[in-house]
Design a protein around this ligand. Structure first.
Ligand code: ZN
Length: 129
């Protein structure tokens, strides 16, 4: 008995049973590989109702899951851009107000503070990613 999870020859029949809505074999409870394959299939099906679950291997499901994560990442990008624009606006406002009222030194100081704040936010954001 090895410690690493070994690919199981019964995986296809387990996924086929899940796909067909048939009762799952007891084997799933004893087999780490089939349990993982089943969990991935269930996750994907719960994630999107339009996803049909054909009997494919664990490697296939992992690739699909990665694909979906990338799609979600792409969907979030416009929101991130808005976040940056809002932050830029907040930081730029004191500079614009000070410049408009003729307070050049205040405008320069506010710009300096804004740049520092922006740099700090950028560093924090990239560290958290
Ligand atoms: Zn198995």
């Amino acid at each position: 008995m090895g410690h690493r999870m070994k690919e199981c020859p019964r995986e296809d029949s387990v996924l086929q049973a899940f796909h067909d809505g048939q009762p799952l074999p007891d084997h799933v409870r004893d087999c780490e590989w089939c349990a993982a394959a089943l969990l991935l299939a269930q996750t994907l099906q719960a994630d999107a109702a339009d996803v049909t679950v054909p009997s494919h291997g664990l490697v296939y499901w992992k690739a699909r899951l990665r694909e979906r994560r990338q799609q979600q990442e792409l969907a979030l990008r416009p929101a991130r851009r808005m976040e940056w624009m809002a932050a830029a606006l907040v930081l730029a406002t004191p500079v614009i107000v000070a410049a408009a009222t003729g307070m050049v030194l205040v405008a320069v100081a506010a710009a300096g503070l804004g740049i520092m704040a922006a740099a700090t936010i950028a560093v924090l954001k990239y560290r958290l990613q």
